[in-house]
Each structure stands twice: as C-alpha cells, then as structure tokens.
Design a protein around this ligand. Structure first.
Ligand code: NAD
Ligand code: NAG
Ligand code: NAG
Ligand code: NAG
Ligand code: NAG
Ligand code: NAG
Ligand code: NAG
Ligand code: NAG
Length: 725
C-alpha cells in the first residue's frame, strides 16, 4: 500500500485481479490509465486468465480522474494531454474484450471511477459505498462514456438527475436503481466478484454490455420529454454555465443514434468543455480551496499543532452560539460564558436550536446531537477557565470591553492558552495593547451564521506566534471550515475588499439608477442576492456601525449618504421587521417596495452627485462593472499590502464568504479574465467623472501598464495560471 500504480494477480481460479493504487482516493492519474491499458492487454493475452476483476486499494474503488491533469491543460492549453480512455480503453478493450470484467466496489466510485465500473460487465458493491458522477461541478461532464452508460443502467430520468445535480447514491440505492448487480459485505467483496466474473465467462450469468442496452431508455417521445424538462431545469439552476446543456446534448445524441455514436460526440464536446472558462474557473477554485491551509513560514517549518480539547467562548450571542455549535458538533468541549443567567440560557437555547436545525436537515443524528450537547457547559465566571486550551471572545464590538476581557482572561488562563477574538473592525493590536501576551492573540473572523458558513478568516498581527496560527488552522480543520490567514487591516481581507460593493451600489442609486435594476444585474451575474437585498438581510445596524470606521480608514474613496439613516427613522429595519428596500412577507419572495421612492428622491437631492440633476443612462454591463471594479481595485490594495499571502485566497474568500459565483473562479481570477488594462481604463474614466471612489490603485496601475495579471503578487506569492481573453 502507499505506492502509486497497478497490480495484477492471477489466481488458480483463472481470475486476474487488477488493483488501482493511488492514495488517498485512487485518483485516475495518467500513469494509472496507461497502466490499465497494459494490464488489460496482458490479461487478454494470457491463457491462464478467464475473467477479470477490477478493484481499488485501501478500501476505495476510485475518486475519479486526476484533477491535476485539468490544471495542467489549463496552464498549457494542450488538450492532447487528455488520454483516449472512453472508446480506446473502456469500450474497445474492456467492454468489447473477449474476457469479461467485474468491478468490485467499496468506499467510493466517483466520476471517472464510476465510469470505469460501468464499462465492466457487472458491478458488485458494498451497501455504504458512494456512487456518483460529480463532473458537472468542475465545469465538464462525464467523459469516459458515463453520459451514455448511466442512462442505460438506471434510466434517463435518474441518470440526468445524478449528473445535473452531482448527486451521489449509496450502494444500496444503486442496487435498487439497477446500477449495482449484487450487494455484499466488504469481507465478501472479492470472493463474490470472482465468482461473478467466472459465471459470466462460463455463460451462467448474462454477459451485459451497458453501452448496447436500450431497455432502460424508454420510448423516443418519453426521452424527448425528459430531456426537454431537464433543459428547463438547467436553465434555472445553471443559467450562466455551459456544461449542463452540453451534457444533455450528448445524452440526446446517444438516445437518437445509439451509445457508440453518443460516445464519439461525448469525447468531442468534452474536449471543448475542458477548455471552457467555466471549467477553468471551477478547477481553479477546487485547488484554491486546498491551498489556503498551506501558509509559508507557518506550516512548512516543522511545527506540530497542539491538541485543542477544550475551548471557552465568551459571549452567547448569535456569533458565540454559532461558534460553540461548530465546536461541540465536532467533538470539542466548550465552556460558554455570559454576563447573566438570562443571556446564558438564551445562548444555550440558540445552540440547541442550531443543532435541531441540523437534525431536521439530517446533517446530524439524534445521538450526535446529544453527545454534542453533553460537551457544552455554561458559566457566569472564570472558574472553569483554568484548563482551557483556547478562548474565543465574541462579545459586542466595543474596544474598552474587549480590552478588559483580555486582561482578565490573561490572569485566569494557562500561560499557553490561545486568546482569539471575533472582532471584525477593531485593530487587533489595540485589543491586545493592554496585555503582555501579544504573541498569543489572534483574530478568528467567522461569517454569520457561524455554524453554517464555511469560511474562517484567521487574523495574525506582527506579534502572533507561528505556533498559535498553526493551532488555529488546526481548529479550523477540526470544525471543517476553510481557513484563510490574513493580516490585520480594517475589515480584514473579506469585508475590506467588499466595502465598495454596497457603497458602489449606493453611488449608482444616487446617480439616478433604479435600485431594483442594480440588484437584478448583480444577481444575473450570479451573486446570491444584490447589494440592497444583502443590506436588508444583514440589518442596517451593521452598515451604520462600520461606516465611520471605513470612512476614516479608507479616506477619499468611500461613498456615504443619509439614506439608511432616513430609512431607519421611517421605521424600516430591513428584513428584521419586514420593511427595507423590499417588503418581506412570510412565505413570499421579497417584493420591491415602491413607497420607498420619495425617500430615495430626497436622499438623491441631498447627495447631489447627479450632473445637472439628470440621472445617468447606463447599460447593465456598466452597472456590473461600476459595482465590481471598485471591489477588484480594493482587492488590489489588499494584495499590495500583503494582507493576503496569495491572490487565490481572495478568490476562495469571495466565493465562500460573499457568495461570488464559484463558476467565475473568484474575484481576482474573474478580473484577470477581463484584463488589468481594461479594468484600469474603465476606473480611470469614472474617476475623472465621479471622483476618488473609482481612483485606480497603484497595484492595478502597475499591472495595467506592464500588461501582467492581477494575481501576480510582488513577493511570496504563487501566481495562478491566467485564463485567456
Ligand atoms: N473526476 C471528476 O470529475 C470529479 C469531480 C468532482 C469531484 N471528484 C472527486 O470526488 C471526490 C469528492 O469530491 P469533494 O469535492 O467532496 O472532495 P473533498 O474535498 O471531500 O476531497 C476528497 C478527497 O479528494 C482528494 N483529492 C485532492 N486532490 C485530488 C486530485 N487532484 N484528484 C483526486 N482527488 C483529489 C483529497 O485528498 C480528499 O481526500 C474527490 O475525490 C474528488 O476528487 C471528481
Ligand atoms: C501536448 O501533449 C502531448 C501528450 O503529452 C505531447 O505529445 C505534445 O508534445 C504536447 N504538445 C505541446 C505543444 O506541448
Ligand atoms: C472525542 O474526543 C474524546 C476526548 O478528546 C475522544 O476520547 C473521543 O474518541 C472523541 N470521539 C470522536 C468520535 O472523535
Ligand atoms: C462578534 O460577536 C458579537 C456578539 O455575538 C457580534 O455582535 C459581532 O458581530 C461579532 N463580530 C464578528 C466579526 O463576528
Ligand atoms: C497590523 O495593523 C497595523 C496598523 O494598521 C499595521 O501597522 C501592521 O503592519 C499590521 N500587521 C500585519 C501583520 O499586517
Ligand atoms: C462582514 O461581511 C459579512 C458578510 O457579508 C457580514 O455578514 C458582516 O456583517 C460584515 N461585517 C462588517 C463589520 O462589515
Ligand atoms: C512593472 O514595471 C515597472 C517598471 O516599468 C517595474 O518597476 C515593476 O516591478 C513591474 N511590476 C511588475 C509586477 O511586473
Ligand atoms: C520566512 O522567514 C524567513 C526568516 O524569518 C524570511 O527571510 C522569509 O522572507 C520568510 N518567507 C516568507 C515567504 O514570508
């Protein structure tokens, strides 16, 4: 075990057992695929081999095609790096070979892994194994014959559902669907698979070639109806992506002209999809996510993370309760401290509600919920703090309060206890100013709701020790968050980068653009909601609390008006009281509120940014760029100041923290598809007309002049391949 490669053992029963080995998930690397061709050629030639069993090492079949190959193709543009597998190996050698193959499946068979099993003449599987074709989530579709064979095994409707939604099924479900021929325990897997292979060879069991089956496809008119409905579905769930429709085109080809013709079309369109912007973007995000936990001078200097068994959370508000939920759900003990028993009870109730929510969604079991709750203790003083490994402070945003809490806990906790704060805008150096433990102070910025949102911004100061950063990275891993290590400026990386998002939308509004049109343009681009709806959801308190901080930290490039203040005075609090820019009614979609118009007009007059009082006339593309280019510009400053260690950390943060469309690769990646020069020129023009809010940063200007990509940071950076355009 542990070696990359393939083994073949021929038993005295005449069965050749071929085992794929490539830890951790037996990904189908190019060398594995080449090796498979060789082993198959040998098995077909040897007289002592009657039948073949194909399986994977270490309890798993295979996690699919090696995604590194896609990355290599994107970097070089060389599509010939893709090996001929579908027809050359799966159809011609395995399925049409003169000796039968049986797939012995356990653990997982995903993507190319499952496709390999479908080229075999039978599939034997453990009940719990995970089966699926998740390729569409990487911007491509199954390219080893899966678009043809899955419909022929499980029916068109189910196959389309599994592919379009990247939906996995268990071995047991697979058996009910017709994908699996027999369920067995892990210990019986190879014995039963060998018997099946021999039974097929000796014609005691049918010799089935999936690609030639037609019995599950149904009539032509039924098939057409199913595909038509699927096209409507993909228009709804993936309006800006090409791979869903391309997948349906290829499936349709097979329905009309047979599985072999479908395979030929599949191979051709697959090659086009691999090179699409969508695939480039999704593969980039896949690798960006894995890169965040590698931090130069922290994770590569031989330090070992300490075990964090017990965490104290100070403050049982929304944030504290969410953080505590994440911890206990992942087997970390929590002491939650509040200032009085009323607030403490409320915090515990919130945690119970959070867990109940997860239970309802079947994300956890009843036992898991109970064992999680048994790890929670509430307290009103510091007596339980003596053996705590880490404190996370999540009280209200007030510097003096945070400072006094830090000097208190410094006295009661162990001298190596980590002191983390959830502060969002307060400079960490100030929080720690009154303590002597500045090497142990670190920021942990969770996104609300903390037990659901996957991003964790880890904020280090110049004094935070590498060990403490490493420990918090480890905690992030334990509670299954994606950690991003950043520096300690106002708003940190994410909220700082996105401060112009809301402000730019407000500027456009005050230049005379319709508010709901702005939100519509932004959601059409792929954001989950527009900036105004987001503000309704977050509540106006946040907006009003941070505007001063932003205005003083980002002098000369902020835009502010009285609008939100006036709305609050008119009894509007956003989604919280059902009245914001939109009207919110139970069980209804938010509706634009036309009665807002007079307030907006008044605010426009006060702001007085319209030239001659006339609203500007602009296109949807202008709206999109005037909202997002200032955000890109701020990302440039964040990179210039080395707040992040690499551009792709902004990409993953924008996707996981702000809902920036994953299929556009994240903020900086997307900007690079447009080009630094274009973005610079647009901003420059708007700066002349509308002022400093749009002023291009030095970083952007330099890259525009040099014609280089924005992701290319000056030092300590790992540039990512640029997409064309
Ligand atoms: N072949 C495809 O088209 C395709 C598409 C999506 C996902 N997948 C596979 O499905 C599985 C689950 O997806 P997930 O998003 O939940 O992943 P995940 O984040 O849960 O990771 C699952 C495993 O993938 C491994 N992995 C890392 N780099 C890999 C690579 N280059 N090739 C293959 N595996 C790699 C990781 O080590 C990890 O153990 C993964 O194994 C993934 O590779 C395959
Ligand atoms: C593309 O890849 C193929 C297969 O590895 C190789 O033979 C070929 O030389 C490459 N072409 C270029 C231009 O690099
Ligand atoms: C939970 O943690 C305890 C002690 O830290 C450990 O003994 C136990 O095995 C863990 N349980 C799980 C399910 O990880
Ligand atoms: C920190 O926690 C408090 C109390 O729950 C909350 O009001 C505040 O928004 C949190 N800040 C961050 C950045 O999470
Ligand atoms: C922390 O913030 C201060 C003040 O903004 C700054 O001087 C310092 O360089 C920052 N530290 C890091 C590690 O970014
Ligand atoms: C930071 O951004 C998150 C995500 O949009 C938001 O929920 C939070 O309120 C923001 N905090 C501040 C202080 O802007
Ligand atoms: C861009 O060019 C200038 C000189 O023209 C050079 O000083 C600078 O380092 C270059 N920057 C990058 C990122 O290549
Ligand atoms: C790592 O630390 C060394 C020594 O402190 C320093 O010279 C180097 O620049 C650092 N590297 C990075 C990538 O920060």
């Amino acid at each position: 075990m542990g070696k990359i490669g393939l083994t073949m053992e021929v038993g005295s029963d005449g069965v050749a057992l071929i085992t794929i080995s490539n830890p951790p998930v037996n990904a189908l690397a190019l060398s594995i695929l080449t090796g498979l061709k060789e082993k198959y050629a040998e098995a077909m030639n040897r007289d002592d081999v009657k039948a073949i069993v194909l399986t994977g090492d270490a309890g798993k079949f295979s996690g699919g095609f090696d995604i590194n190959v896609f990355e290599k193709i994107h970097a070089t543009g060389n599509i010939s790096l893709l090996p001929g597998v579908s027809i050359e190996l799966l159809t011609n050698v395995i399925e049409d070979g003169k000796k039968p193959s049986v797939a012995a499946i356990q653990g997982l068979a995903l993507g190319g892994g499952l496709e390999l099993t479908m080229g075999c003449h039978a599939r034997i599987c453990t009940p719990q194994a995970l089966l699926g074709l998740p390729e569409l989530s990487l911007g491509v579709f199954p390219g080893f014959g899966g678009t043809q064979r899955l419909p022929r095994l499980v029916g068109l409707s189910k196959a389309i559902e599994m592919m379009l939604l990247s939906k996995f099924v268990s071995g047991t479900e697979g058996k009910n669907l017709g994908l699996i021929d027999e369920l067995v325990s892990s210990s019986e897997l190879l014995r039963v698979s060998r018997l099946w292979a021999l039974d097929i060879a000796d014609k005691r069991k049918p010799w089935v070639s999936s690609l030639r089956r037609t019995d599950r496809i149904g009539s032509l008119s039924e098939a057409r109806m199913i595909i038509k409905e699927a096209r409507q579905l993909s228009k709804r769930i993936a309006p800006n992506m090409p791979q869903h429709n391309a997948c349906l085109d290829v499936i349709e080809e097979g329905v009309l002209f047979g599985g072999y013709a479908g395979s030929i079309r599949e191979e051709k369109v697959f090659n086009e999809m691999v090179l699409s912007d969508t695939a480039r973007s999704l593969v980039h995000v896949f690798f960006s996510q894995r890169l965040t936990s590698k931090v130069p001078n922290i994770t590569d200097i031989g330090l070992k993370p300490r075990r964090i068994r017990k965490v104290a959370v100070i403050g049982g508000g929304l944030m504290g309760s969410g953080i505590a939920t994440s911890l206990i759900r992942n087997n970390v003990s929590v002491v939650m401290k509040e200032i009085n028993s009323k607030f403490l009870q409320k915090g515990i109730k919130t945690i119970e509600a959070n867990l109940n929510g997860l239970l309802k969604k079947k994300a956890i079991s009843k036992e898991k919920m109970n064992s999680a709750l048994s790890l929670l203790k509430g307290t009103l003083d510091y007596s339980l703090f003596r053996d705590i490994d880490m404190v996370i402070e999540a009280v209200i945003e007030k510097v003096s309060l945070k400072q006094s809490i830090f000097s208190e806990i410094e006295k009661v906790c162990r001298p190596d206890c980590i002191l983390a704060t959830n502060t969002s805008t307060i400079d960490l150096n100030i929080v720690g100013e009154k303590t002597t433990s500045q090497d142990r102070i670190i920021g942990a910025h969770f996104f609300s709701p903390a037990h659901v949102m996957p991003l964790l911004e880890i904020i280090r100061t110049e004094k935070t020790s590498p060990q403490v950063i490493l420990d918090l990275l480890e905690v992030g891993k334990i509670i299954k968050k994606v950690p991003v290590v950043v520096g300690n400026c106002t708003g940190f990386a994410v909220n700082r980068t996105f401060f112009p998002y809301t402000q730019g939308a407000h500027l456009l509004l005050h230049l005379g653009v319709d508010l709901f049109r702005i939100d519509r343009v932004i959601t059409n681009f792929g954001m989950p909601m527009g900036p105004f709806q987001l503000q309704d959801l977050a509540g106006y308190g946040v907006a009003m609390a941070v505007k001063e901080v932003f205005a003083s930290s980002f002098k000369g490039r902020t835009f502010d008006t009285e609008l939100v203040q006036m709305m609050v005075e008119m009894g509007r609090n956003g989604k919280a009281n059902g009245k914001g820019y939109y009207v919110y009614e139970r069980g209804m979609k938010p509706k634009p509120d036309p009665s807002l118009q007079p307030i907006i007009e008044k605010s426009r007059k006060l702001a007085n940014v319209m030239h001659g009082g006339k609203p500007i006339i602009i296109s949807d593309q202008d709206i999109l760029e005037m909202v997002f280019f200032p955000v890109v510009n701020e990302a440039c400053r964040v990179m210039d100041e080395n707040v992040v260690i690499r551009a792709s950390d902004i990409d993953i943060s924008s996707v996981l923290g702000m809902g920036f469309p994953r299929y556009r690769g994240g903020l900086v990646f997307w900007a690079d598809t447009l080009g630094s020069k274009y973005i610079y020129e647009r901003l420059k023009k708007w700066e002349i007309t509308y002022g400093g809010f749009f002023k291009p940063s030095r970083y952007l200007e330099e890259r525009a002049m040099n014609g280089t990509s924005l992701s290319l940071m000056a030092q300590g950076s790992t540039p990512t391949p640029i997409s064309r355009m």
